[in-house]
Design a protein around this ligand. Structure first.
Ligand code: AMP
Length: 284
């Protein structure tokens, strides 16, 4: 497995693979890999000749008051996991390699980035879009793999890829969960034992909303009320938001008439957790 800290050799590697006729799957991550990331890597491995994983804690998607410095990191372990999963190369640049002096361009989709998590993280998705545009330009992948754990991120990037005519396929991958329902996240490592015990309330709340929708409830207000009520029953938890939005535009849906994203975020102490489900009233 190759390890690249700079852009040019990573670009050359991807080009060499493609010149050999191998398709390239890219899995962008911020490292501290867990079974959720591994599911993306396995899927990429199954669908491509070569897989390149990026490990980059992107500073521009963190606000000044967020956890950039504290974000968990373990590159040695990440590299061992990638190696064991048959990854061909890991690209793990320093911030200065991605954002050299004079860097000035931003990619943003304002209408989809100020809702849901964008309400409390106003610059987050601009940071995500810009870094992903760069990663796609560097590696020119056939496919890039994203987890639906971060569904807003996936829907925004899908729009960006369409709008900018980028020549790659985005592959959405299902959320990997702990046995008690908690969606795997690098940030789960912040939780103390009591918070960890409280954490599954978010997935429980969403599951209840999903059951209501599956049983014919089409009023978003009822689904949101069920999520609010469930999370309110957990004294350690504080709901940040619960919303129902159209998956194409991320605009709020009052009535569920097409595919929607039911998304929620909650605080447990100083840790913010997110979860969601996608519901399509037309699907059987
Ligand atoms: P991150 O390292 O948190 O930026 O995540 C990198 C990729 O892994 C993103 O596409 C995430 O959506 C995905 N991911 C993170 N957690 C999970 C999970 N529990 N299940 C599926 N994908 C995940």
């Amino acid at each position: 497995m190759e390890i690249f800290r700079t852009i040019n050799p990573a670009r050359q590697m991807a080009r060499t693979w493609k010149a050999r006729g191998q398709s390239v799957g890219v899995v962008p991550t911020m490292g501290f890999l867990h079974a959720g990331h591994e599911s993306l890597i396995r899927r990429a491995r199954a669908e491509n000749g070569q897989v390149l994983v990026t490990v980059f804690v992107n500073p521009t998607q963190f606000s000044p008051n967020e956890d950039l410095a504290a974000y968990p990191r373990d590159l040695g372990r990440d590299l061992a996991i990638c190696e064991s999963l048959g990854v061909g190369a890991v690209f793990c640049p320093e911030p200065g390699e991605m954002y050299p002096p004079g860097f000035a361009t931003q990619v943003s989709l304002p209408s989809m980035s100020q809702v849901l998590c964008g309400r409390s993280r106003p610059h987050h998705f601009q940071g995500v879009c810009t870094v992903c545009a760069k990663l796609f330009a560097i590696t020119e992948p056939d496919r890039a793999y994203f987890g639906l754990k971060d569904a807003q991120q996936y829907f925004i990037l899908r729009r960006m890829v369409r709008d900018l005519d980028l020549d790659l396929e985005l592959v959405p991958c299902p959320i990997v969960r702990e046995p008690d329902g908690l969606a795997l996240s690098s940030r789960n490592s912040y939780l103390d034992p009591a918070e960890r015990r409280a954490a599954p309330v978010l997935s429980r709340a969403l599951r209840l909303a999903g059951e209501l929708a599956a049983n014919g409830e089409r009023r978003a207000r009822e689904l949101i009320g069920a999520i609010e009520g469930t999370v309110a029953g957990e004294p350690l938890a504080r709901l940040d938001y619960a919303q129902v939005v159209d998956t194409e535009t991320l605009s709020e849906a009052d009535q569920i008439e097409s595919e929607v994203l039911v998304a929620a975020a909650m605080w447990l102490g100083r840790t913010r957790l997110i979860d969601n489900l996608i519901f399509d009233p037309g699907a059987r």
